[in-house]
Design a protein around this ligand. Structure first.
Ligand SMILES: Nc1ncnc2c1ncn2[C@@H]1O[C@H](COP(=O)(O)OP(=O)(O)OP(=O)(O)O)[C@@H](O)[C@H]1O
Length: 306
């Protein structure tokens, strides 16, 4: 696999604030890559440097082998960046905005692509409406449309679904997945961890300007040794059986249910104890760790750090 983006020892400060410290990352062509981290982790700063909108202090970013500072025109053409802030020219309607954007990239007669993008992002009905009359979610979709109009090889989405309703979020993701299946590289930052879990192949977690970990989604999730068991009971119980004291658990009265958290190692033993107990079990669910567990463990939000 060839490299789409290579970031080497990138550092950036804003006065006293160290936004990025020696960040290195390599993103392969065709990957759906997640860049996650709590507020202020440095994700947007990284994207801004990639887009040529902020200056680095040291280090480098290359896009398809070319440096983003030295080969600005080339890298700008290869990247489609959807910024986090919604900035839309209020005097143009979506179709005009997309024509104008095509013009920046010297693309003439781009109507077919413009129509495809407007439809995919649910903006066809608003194609000729003034941008200032668009709702917040529609403006955000227009930003995405603008980033895609020159058919970039690498698409960077900085919090693209904030303020977009669930239905449109789903159709937007269908379109982004289609682009990824066609070979486009996707880089996504989001605070919706379920979204990252559903979409991304590999994930980097950043915190306070540092990359804490980069791995496949599966490896990250498997690194957390946790099983959650939900025992759905026939009737309410007043006292929990003694064997539960070996585990972390909570009892729910209505519907009657016990939720137990344990490690993979304890699972078989636990099941034997349940079998021998006189709990009247109606149904049972077992779930594993989620990306959110990884995120909380690795960032300060979890309240502890290994
Ligand atoms: N223009 C700026 N001037 C001063 N400090 C800035 C500026 N932009 C970002 N910062 C600071 O740099 C750090 C990294 O911010 P950045 O926006 O890159 O984080 P982020 O991971 O994108 O956060 P969020 O998830 O909230 O968007 C933060 O401490 C932020 O306050």
């Amino acid at each position: 696999m060839t490299t789409a983006i290579k970031i080497e020892n990138l550092s950036k400060s804003y006065g006293d604030v160290q936004a990025l410290t020696n960040v290195s990352l390599e993103i392969k062509k065709g990957e759906f890559f997640g860049l996650l981290g709590p507020n202020g982790a440095g994700k947007s700063t990284l994207i801004k440097i990639m887009a040529g909108l902020a200056h680095k202090d040291s280090g480098s970013i290359t896009v398809l082998g070319k440096d983003v500072v030295k080969n600005y025109r080339f890298t700008k053409q290869k990247l489609g960046i959807v910024p986090q802030e919604v900035v839309i020219d209020p005097y143009f309607n979506p179709r005009e905005s997309l024509r104008l954007q095509s013009g920046y990239f010297n693309i003439k007669n781009n109507e077919e692509r413009i129509d495809e993008i407007l439809t995919a992002l649910g903006l066809q009905d608003k194609a000729n409406a003034y941008a200032r009359s668009l709702s917040g979610g529609m403006k955000r979709r227009l930003l995405i449309a603008k980033a895609l109009v020159h058919d970039p090889e690498i698409i960077v989405l900085d919090e693209p679904t904030a303020g977009v309703d669930v239905e449109l979020r789903n159709s937007m993701w269908e379109y982004v997945k289609k682009l990824n299946n066609e070979g486009k590289t996707i880089i996504l930052t989001t605070h919706y961890l379920e979204e990252a879990e559903a979409l991304c192949d590999r994930i980097a977690i950043m915190d306070k300007g540092h990359v804490i970990t980069v791995d496949t989604k599966e490896n990250l999730i498997n690194s957390i040794d946790k099983k959650i068991i939900q025992l759905k009971l026939d009737n309410k119980i007043s006292n929990a059986p003694n064997f539960l004291n070996n585990y972390q658990y909570e009892i729910n009265e209505e519907p009657p249910q016990i939720n137990i958290e344990l490690t993979k190692e304890n699972l078989i033993n636990f099941m034997n104890q349940v079998y021998k107990s006189d709990l009247k079990i109606k149904d049972m669910d077992i779930s594993s760790a989620r990306l959110e567990d990884v995120f909380l463990k690795l960032t300060n939000l979890g309240g502890e750090k290994d």
